[in-house]
Ligand binder design. Sequence first.
Ligand code: WQD
Length: 337
Amino acid sequence: MKIVVTGGLGFIGSHTVVELQNEGYEVIVVDNLSNTSLSVLDGIQAITGKVPAFEKLDLREKKKVQDFFKRHHDISGVIHFAASKAVGESVENPLLYYENNINALVYVLQELQQKTEANFIFSSSCTVYGQAETMPITENASIQTAMSPYGNTKQIGEEIITDTAKVTNINAILLRYFNPIGSHPSAEIGELPIGVPQNLVPFITQTGFGLRKELAVYGDDYPTPDGTAVRDYIHVVDLAKAHVIALQRLLNKKNTEKVETFNLGTGTGSSVLEVIKAFEKVSGKKLPYKIVGRREGDITSAYANTDKANAVLGWKAQSTLEQAMASAWKWEQKIRS
Ligand code: WQD
């Protein structure tokens, strides 16, 4: 079965391609290489022994998207990762985000709706919940006004898919990720932040390696046990495996609704200081950090209620925070060697 993975050379995309190949799927990776590099293909091959088909394609170019789907008339599903995802950048440059994250989605859906097998997995985010009232967060928690244009593109994306699935043969699953971290245990693929990392874990591993002087902890005055903000850090391989399970649910027509939604997290919240401690434990290094003011737009706490994914998908995250941090650290050392 042929599966198209858009953004398939990205952080979560590449790990999902590995898991799809492990399950015997034929994968076509589509990526515009704006936030990754072709060398990720070598990493995938090093793990699975198979190079996925690859086409460089910018999904904002409608004609090229039409042409791609005409040439690949026998695909069974699409997993759509391709999007810009830096919260801060989205505030500075909203139109880049609306064009890249919305137009591209629309063009892909316009082609997919013409296929007999129109199975669609969408990379969404817990950011759609904003600061949820109740922890852990369930899928029916209210969708708050987006905290950033990036978060808004995820909310709008979900609405576009829901409206489209109602009147087409598209079946979709929306996967709301919490905080993806870590790398494949082989250290052949991992997170490749370009420039100064915005996210916590790559900043920690770069600091641990000596590339950054110290970590700035954004606030220790939150109403949390140790005052630092709490998130649900999920190993990227656990996340990738959930995508394959969700796809198989659609391929086997097990979905009970045209659009189903699942939170993908560990179900456990960890504070920034706890993540630092986990890094120090697995690396044996003392991490230099300083407490500074809160970051604009950050929420206090977000961690997933994973009952639905556990019960309906039969999926549960396996890796602990320490295992995820150890894989992130192994990857950092590998790419700097
Ligand atoms: C985690 C915690 C920071 C950096 C965002 C997006 C989400 C997803 C993941 C795309 C927060 C603190 C961070 C640093 C710090 N992105 N922190 N010092 O903001 O929870 O989620 O990235 O899919 O959609 O919203 O992740 O890793 O940026 O921050 O103290 O240098 O670490 O304040 O509490 P976040 P993050």
